[in-house]
Design a protein around this ligand. Structure first.
Ligand code: CA
Length: 229
């Protein structure tokens, strides 16, 4: 899941981005309102965390611009003051939720998870695919009750494929939702991660869950007729 974090204070942005990356999210940072509108227009984010007090364009204007441009993804607004007018203005301009600074990082994470779940049809916290279970809250993965240790990036890749289980997911979609802006589209990093993930979740099992569709992408599925892995 890829997040655009819009925060102009460098220390706050750095701390938040670090914390979110530790939770396996891919994070891009925008330091002013115009950069935020630009980045949200060219990249495919799953969620935006938007500070209200920003240079060039404040958070309310950013939110209004994005919604006017037809962007429907969840927006979590960060307001500096517990002023009721700010909260009303935030929700009125199209934010889905808000948090008052200073906030507890765990509360931010809980709201991010809730908004990402709400994103499409209600998403379950634990995704099950034929004995493979992915607990998206605890970020724990098991297959047939055997715990599988994954790195943050391997986990992020698996969760993204699992949220779209049964669909072919292209390399560029993976790059957009699992990696950050500095991702080199010509690298073979995705293939490398898919191979590592396959080794960890499929090795030793007759039924391979992580399939390759030549020229199209990858698919996580338990459907038997598709076993070409
Ligand atoms: Ca600010």
């Amino acid at each position: 899941m890829r997040i655009l974090l819009v925060e102009d204070e460098p220390n706050a942005a750095r701390m938040l981005a670090k914390g979110l990356r530790e939770q396996t999210y891919a994070v891009d940072v925008a330091a002013d309102g115009e950069a935020a509108v630009y980045q949200a227009g060219v990249n495919d984010y799953d969620l935006i965390i938007l500070d209200v007090m920003l240079p060039l364009k404040d958070g309310f204007e950013v939110c209004r611009d994005l919604r006017a441009g037809g962007l429907a993804i969840p927006i979590l607004m960060l307001t500096a003051r517990d002023a009721v007018q700010d909260r009303i203005a935030g929700l009125d301009t199209g934010a889905d939720d808000y948090l008052i600074k200073p906030f507890d990082f765990h509360e931010l994470l809980a709201r991010v998870r809730a908004l990402l779940r709400r994103g499409q049809t209600l998403r379950p916290e634990v995704i099950e695919i034929d004995g493979l279970s992915i607990d998206t809250r605890a970020r724990q993965v098991r297959r047939d009750n055997r715990q599988i240790e994954l790195t943050a990036k391997e986990y992020a890749l698996l969760e993204y494929l699992a949220r779209r289980a049964g669909e072919v997911v292209s390399r560029s979609e993976i790059a957009e939702h699992v990696w950050e802006e500095n991702f080199d589209p010509f690298s073979n990093l995705i293939e490398v991660y898919v191979q590592r993930l396959r080794r960890k979740i499929d090795e030793g099992y007759a039924l391979k869950l992580l399939r390759t569709r030549r020229g199209e992408g990858y698919m996580l599925t338990s459907a038997k007729e598709d076993s070409d892995a």
